[in-house]
Design a protein. Structure first.
Length: 394
């Protein structure tokens, strides 16, 4: 039995390249990452951006309970000062929510990926090659996995990203969730549904630290309300909690949350002072001598809070031509990811290899045809034929 010849894909792909010309689209409409865009590409969220609603609930629910039930006792006890306590809580909550959306809805520092692989000879500098690369054994040109770059007198290795087809800048990493290389990548935060990088780390820290202060604010004035009830009613703590159970619930809730967000704030303050990212801290374990980015406490603080925010390297509202060369540069063929920009010769080799595999598979099928009767006697006939169909169809 001879294998059925595979159809020619050259004409199909060339015809697709020629006929896939479509209307002009915005960059965010053809973006290859896993991000979600809103308001015409003005807001960019991660693929798990819906988690922001859960975070909003964790913030707004206790604030609503505080304003609806606890603030009344503070208004009766402090009058005008009680009104100020309520206004400060509402304004501070609005500020925290604004920081949440700024952190989650902006470009964290995405590095634009190359539309086509760069020329190996142009990209590779033999003086900067890492010693762990011995070149391609088949003789085909390939990029070394890492190359050396000097940062503040210390040699650091930067990796080549096969997805984005570029050497990542120092402190850049590829987020597997968003499918983007992010500059000064810190981590992907599930609470805000976004990567934390160079362009939103400042707002992330402000959000975490402000949430800690908001928890402590509600915690403190719930205790003040309990204290006032004890003074007015002349009762003990237990009876005061029974008269204002919401105060007791909020005291417990804010105490637990304060430990979490407070610890996170302290940890990131340590990272800022030592000029590290979460990714670097867990992966490299820098000390002061080996960290090439640590310029001293004052300079590190200035870099995070006072330096100019870099502009985005991507204009997601930019108009791009809807063609296969810029949008569909990767395609799945026989379970493999293949670039449409690959040379025709490599494509021919892949098809020849696949045809050889198909020939071997058809020989295996012949030996398995006799087993159909066994499936019919001891198993489900549909299962047996389905198994043969899968082998043939593969």
């Amino acid at each position: 039995m001879h294998p059925t010849p595979l159809p020619s894909y050259h004409h199909h792909f060339s015809e697709s390249n020629n006929n896939h010309q479509g209307p002009t689209l915005r960059l965010y409409q053809v973006w290859k990452g896993s991000n979600r865009f809103f308001l015409g590409g003005r807001l960019i969220f991660g693929p798990d951006g819906q988690s922001i609603f859960f975070t909003l609930f964790l913030i707004l629910a206790p604030v609503f309970l505080f304003c609806a039930f606890v603030s009344q006792g503070l208004l009766n006890a402090f009058h005008k000062s009680g009104q100020l306590i309520l206004v400060v809580c509402v304004v501070f909550t609005a500020y925290v929510i604004a920081l949440l959306f700024i952190t989650a809805g902006r470009d964290p520092g995405i590095i634009p990926r190359n539309a086509h692989p760069a020329d190996v000879d142009d990209e590779i500098d033999t003086s900067s090659l890492s010693t762990d690369w011995a070149g391609s054994q088949s003789g085909a040109p390939s990029f070394p996995p890492t190359k050396n770059i000097t940062v503040n007198g210390i040699v650091v290795k930067v990796k080549y990203c096969q997805t984005c087809m570029l050497y990542r800048p120092p402190r850049c990493s590829h987020c597997s969730i968003c499918n983007n290389c992010v500059e000064r990548f810190d981590h992907h935060c599930p609470w805000v549904g976004q990567c934390i990088g160079k362009r939103n780390y400042r707002f992330f820290f402000m959000f975490v630290s402000s949430t800690t202060l908001l928890c402590l604010y509600v915690f403190a004035f719930c205790w003040v309300n309990i204290r006032k009830i004890m003074e007015v009613e002349g009762c003990n703590l237990w009876k005061a909690l029974l008269k204002s159970p919401i105060s007791g619930i909020l005291i417990t809730y804010t105490f637990v949350v304060s430990w979490f967000v407070g610890g996170l704030t302290a940890f990131h303050l340590y990272l800022i002072v030592t000029n590290q990212t979460t990714y670097e801290n867990f992966r490299y374990q820098y000390d002061r001598r080996t960290n090439p980015y640590n310029l001293g406490c004052s300079h590190n603080l200035w870099e995070i809070f006072c330096s100019k925010m870099p502009s985005s390297k991507n204009n997601f509202r930019e108009k791009v031509k809807n063609d296969s060369s810029s949008i569909l540069n990767t395609s799945s063929y026989m379970g493999r990811t293949m670039s449409l920009d690959m040379p025709k010769t490599s494509f021919d080799v892949d098809i020849e290899k696949r045809q050889a595999v198909d020939a071997e598979e058809f020989e295996d099928v012949q030996s398995q045809i006799g087993m159909v009767g066994w499936f019919g006697r001891y198993g489900t006939p549909s299962q047996g034929t389905a198994g043969i169909t899968r082998v043939v169809g593969s």
